[in-house]
Design a protein around this ligand. Structure first.
Ligand SMILES: [Mg+2]
Length: 89
């Protein structure tokens, strides 16, 4: 499944399940999930929390009509070309 297809499916589910959620609400949930990821232990828990973060990103992108797949590809090229001094993105 392409990223764009997954974004569409997640956004459709999210819109039905959380119809009142704003972009800010989704971003706040994503931050909560990042904090859960930060304190996760073991591969299974880390993968699960990372999936939660990505699913929030997919919901945010899909509900906002953003082309996340293209943005990922173009931003990755930008990051690869950037001179880094101890940090990335
Ligand atoms: Mg979680």
């Amino acid at each position: 499944m392409r990223i764009s297809e997954m974004v569409g499916q997640v956004a459709a589910w999210h819109l039905v399940t959380f119809p009142e959620a704003s972009a800010k609400d989704i971003a706040e949930k994503m931050l909560e999930e990042v904090l859960e990821l930060q304190s996760a232990h073991g591969d299974a828990e880390v993968a699960e929390e990372l999936a939660d973060v990505v699913l929030c990103a997919f919901a945010l992108a899909g509900r906002g009509g953003l082309d996340l797949e293209s943005a990922l590809a173009s931003k990755f090229e930008v990051n690869k070309a950037r001179a880094h001094a101890g940090r990335w993105a």
